[in-house]
Write a protein that binds this ligand. Structure first.
Ligand SMILES: NC(=O)c1ccc[n+]([C@@H]2O[C@H](COP(=O)([O-])OP(=O)(O)OC[C@H]3O[C@@H](n4cnc5c(N)ncnc54)[C@H](OP(=O)(O)O)[C@@H]3O)[C@@H](O)[C@H]2O)c1
Length: 280
């Protein structure tokens, strides 16, 4: 049977999902479509991808799985489209940061909903996809959708309380890594390495370092550092300076800040919902 999967929203994250799935559509028996609100998607190089500008009731009616991939501030209109047109039998998947399952369930009563937190590495099959445990995982299409997610990366099913922290760690995480890459490749250039080579060395270093950490789950991060740094050597000189600049503490605080923001968004939407209910 062909499964119709529709993504609402044609932004950065949707594009990464589409890029990740395009090579596997036949194997998954997936008919993939994207609903775009405006013509802005044209600026994002969507030529190769089936896309439906504007509201498209027929596509929503046919969808077996719907992924809600808009910014939290725009979710009201997208949820209304789902309520109005989508089959009650369909499976609704959220990738929204900071929007709880209870908020989504209140907005879409009686529907099967799954809350996830992916990251942009799904585009290359290397994503980290956190999925909240919920009744939505009992939907008949969850096994199929899980298989579809398997093509996009590593799935972790966990209690919903960990989704906001995971949003800060792995959802936003690629951005922190790019900041690190920028800094080390800038330093390379400052020492005379041509820009393209500096970028290549930096990026491949991060990929290789991550692979070593994955291959050695028993090694602590301190152990891994000790495999590189010898006393009085070049690495140790950099590590001493990083310690002096309190870089680890700063990074830790930055991730906590993202976690607080995600948790704050959850609380804010719940409060707005309560107020709306009290007023009506
Ligand atoms: N980017 C990431 O790395 C990442 C990682 C994890 C989770 N997320 C979550 O993914 C969601 C999307 O993020 P993003 O980075 O892709 O945002 P984005 O690039 O701003 O894209 C959002 C898209 O939603 C569209 N949209 C808004 N309302 C719509 C509606 N009613 N119908 C159809 N399309 C509608 C917007 O249309 P226009 O083009 O017309 O503005 C835009 O294309 C967010 O909730 C975010 O929390 C993102």
């Amino acid at each position: 049977m062909m499964i119709h999967l529709t993504m609402i929203g044609s932004g950065n994250l949707t594009k990464t999902f589409v890029l990740g799935w395009i090579p596997h559509l036949d194997r998954l028996h997936m008919n993939l479509s994207v609903l775009a609100r405006s013509e802005k998607y044209r600026q994002r190089g969507w030529e190769a991808i089936p896309i439906a500008p504007g509201l498209n009731p027929e596509i929503l009616k046919a969808a077996n799985v719907i992924i809600l991939s808009v910014k939290p501030k725009d979710m009201g209109s997208a949820l209304k489209e789902i309520r109005t047109y989508a089959s009650p039998e369909s499976l609704v998947v959220s990738v929204l940061a900071g929007i709880s399952l209870s908020t989504l369930t209140d907005e879409l009563p009686g529907r099967a909903i799954i809350r996830t937190m992916p990251n942009i590495a799904v585009a290359v099959g290397q994503g980290t996809i956190v999925v909240a445990e919920s009744a939505g995982l009992e939907h008949a299409l969850w096994p199929w959708f899980k298989q579809a997610l398997d093509y996009l990366g590593h799935i972790v099913i966990t209690d919903e309380s960990l989704v906001d922290p995971a949003t800060a760690l792995s959802g936003s995480g690629p951005a922190y890594v790019y900041l690190l890459l920028q800094a080390i490749s800038d330093a390379g250039q400052a020492m005379g390495i041509p820009a393209e080579l500096a970028r290549n060395l930096a990026v491949r270093t991060v990929r290789g370092a991550a692979e070593v950490a994955l291959d050695n789950p028993e090694a602590s991060f301190d152990d891994l550092i000790s495999w590189v740094a010898s006393p009085g050597g070049t690495t140790q000189a950099a590590l001493d300076r990083l310690k002096q600049l309190q870089v680890s503490n700063s990074l830790r605080e930055a991730v906590l800040q993202a976690g607080a923001k995600a948790a704050g968004m959850s609380m804010q939407t719940t409060r707005v919902q309560q107020l709306t209910k009290e007023e009506s």
